[in-house]
Design a protein around this ligand. Structure first.
Ligand code: HEC
Length: 195
């Protein structure tokens, strides 16, 4: 199950749940199961044929400086068993600024709401899963007027730890929107905040 060509080495024995790590194994398997359920349907909609839309300078999504001081909404691990592994695999944390936190509570995201999807490699060693290198940082910024075409949210992906290297050349905001619009009834946001 280990993937020599991939940057991830995620718990090769997770499913067998070694005795001393049973609780961790079961937890992770649950997380995987949850994700494969959610992600599978989305994966059937491959979006590679969508036009690559580069936002013009006035509607550029800025790097979310200081997001690690925001509220952490949740954390999950996407492992090799998930169809979403190649694109989103690893450990991810979701962070929200104060306005977005209001949105998580009320279901209405006001302009200025910003949410960050922070993806790091997941490195397993003897039953412990640690964060590895940062893969990318996905950002959603709510601005009803500027991003009217994509449900009021601007989308961007920053590569690795870079605040300037945008993955927009290969990943259109259209790719993000196509998937997130399935959550239109929840304000285009997938995650839930657990109180
Ligand atoms: C194939 C579907 C899919 C695509 C494509 C996608 N996302 Fe997401 N995104 C998700 C799912 C599912 C979650 C929730 C993950 C969780 O709950 O742990 C999510 C979560 C997020 C979040 C946290 C807020 C939320 O909705 O929970 C942000 C920010 C985000 N994505 C940005 C982006 C950006 C930017 C892109 C494009 C570069 C993108 N996403 C592409 C499925 C997708």
């Amino acid at each position: 199950m280990s993937q020599p060509t991939s940057p991830y080495r995620i718990a090769p024995t997770l499913n067998t749940g070694g005795k001393s790590h049973n609780y961790l194994g079961s937890f992770i398997v649950l997380v995987f199961a949850f994700f494969s359920m959610g992600m599978m349907s989305r994966d059937t909609q491959e979006t590679t044929t969508l036009p690559l839309v580069r936002a013009d300078s006035t509607s550029e999504v800025l790097y979310p400086e200081g997001y690690r001081q925001w509220i952490r909404v949740k954390t999950a691990i996407i492992g090799p068993q998930s169809k979403a592994f190649k694109r989103f695999g690893g450990i991810h944390h979701i962070y929200a600024n104060a306005k977005a936190m209001e949105g998580y509570k009320t279901g209405q995201f006001a302009d200025g709401s910003t949410i960050v999807f922070d993806v790091l490699e997941a490195l397993e060693q003897q039953g412990t899963i640690e964060e590895g290198q940062r893969r990318f940082v996905d950002v959603m910024v709510k601005d009803t007027k500027r991003f009217a075409d994509t449900g009021g949210w601007g989308y961007e992906e920053f590569n690795g730890n870079s605040a300037t290297e945008r993955n927009i050349k290969t990943l259109a905001s259209a790719e993000c929107y196509q998937c997130h619009k399935k959550q239109e009834s929840a304000g285009f946001v997938f995650s839930k905040y657990q109180h």
